[in-house]
Design a protein around this ligand. Structure first.
Ligand code: C5J
Length: 229
C-alpha cells in the first residue's frame, strides 16, 4: 500500500490506482477572469490564478498515468429552469446569473465565460460534469459515473475552496469516498476562508478527509507506479 504524506495522517492510495480520480472543480472563466461572476460579486479574481501552474502539473501527472480526470462547471440552462430564484437573487452583484456580461451570459452553459480556462482545457476522453449547484453531486450524474468506473478515492481541487470545493468534498465524504483536498490546487477569494476550510476538513481526525500538497501527491503516485512494475 502506498501512502501520501498528508494531514491529519497519511492517505492510503487504492491498490488499483485507477480507482483514484482527480476532480477539478469549476476552473472556469466565470470565476477566474475579469468580467465573470466572481468579478461581478466584487472579488479580486487574480487571486485564483496562482494555483493554475500547480494544478496543471497535477493534471499532466494524471494524464501521463492514464488515471481518471473529472472537470466540473457551475452552470445553468439558458432558460434558468434549473436555477432557483433564491440563488439568482443572492449576492447583489453588478450582474446576476443569466445577465449578459462581457463574456456572455453569467453562469450559462455554453457561454464564453462558462468555458474552462485555456490552460486546463479537458481532453476528449475526460469527464465534464455540468452542475447547477455548489456541490458536484447535486442534480448531476457524478455518483453513477464514479460507481460505473469503480472509483473510490477522490483528489479534490479547484475553486473556490470554501464554496464548491468544500461542498463537493462533504457530499463525497457522506457517500463514502476517500477524499483528499490538494492544498495548493485550490483557492479562495478570501485567504482566511481557504485556511479555515483546510483546517475544518482535517480536524477531528480527518472528519471530512485529508489535505496534502500537490508534490506529495505526485511523489505518492510515482512510488505506487514503481511498486506496480
Ligand atoms: C461560487 C464556486 N463561489 N465554484 N462557486 O459561487 O465556488
Amino acid at each position: 500500500m502506498t501512502l501520501i504524506n498528508a494531514q491529519p495522517y497519511p492517505y492510503s492510495l487504492p491498490d488499483e490506482l485507477n480507482r483514484l480520480a482527480l476532480v477539478i472543480i469549476d476552473m472556469q472563466r466565470d470565476f477566474l477572469e475579469p468580467g465573470g461572476f466572481g468579478d461581478a460579486l466584487g472579488n479580486d479574481v487574480t487571486r485564483l490564478q496562482a494555483i493554475v501552474p500547480t494544478l496543471k502539473s497535477l493534471l499532466t501527472c494524471f494524464r501521463e498515468n492514464r488515471l481518471p480526470i473529472i472537470h466540473t462547471l457551475e452552470c445553468h440552462r439558458s432558460d434558468l429552469s434549473d436555477c432557483p430564484l433564491a440563488k439568482r437573487d443572492r449576492g447583489k452583484g453588478t450582474l446576476k446569473i443569466g445577465d449578459a456580461g462581457p463574456m456572455g451570459r453569467i453562469l450559462i452553459a455554453g457561454e464564453p465565460g462558462n468555458a474552462i480556462i485555456q490552460e486546463l482545457q479537458p481532453l476528449p476522453d475526460e469527464i465534464v460534469i455540468q452542475k447547477p449547484g455548489k456541490g458536484a453531486f447535486y442534480a448531476t450524474p457524478l455518483q453513477s459515473i464514479l460507481q460505473e468506473r469503480g472509483i473510490t478515492h477522490l483528489l479534490v481541487t479547484g475553486v473556490t475552496t470554501e464554496v464548491c470545493v468544500q461542498t463537493t468534498m462533504r457530499e463525497a465524504n457522506d457517500r463514502g469516498y476517500e477524499c483528499l483536498m490538494v492544498e495548493d490546487c485550490t483557492e479562495s477569494y478570501f485567504p482566511e476562508f481557504k485556511q479555515a476550510t483546510l483546517e475544518m476538513v482535517r480536524a477531528q481526525g480527518g472528519i471530512v478527509g485529508w489535505t496534502a500538497i500537490a508534490s506529495a501527491v505526485m511523489t505518492g503516485l510515482q512510488t505506487a507506479r514503481i511498486a506496480m512494475v
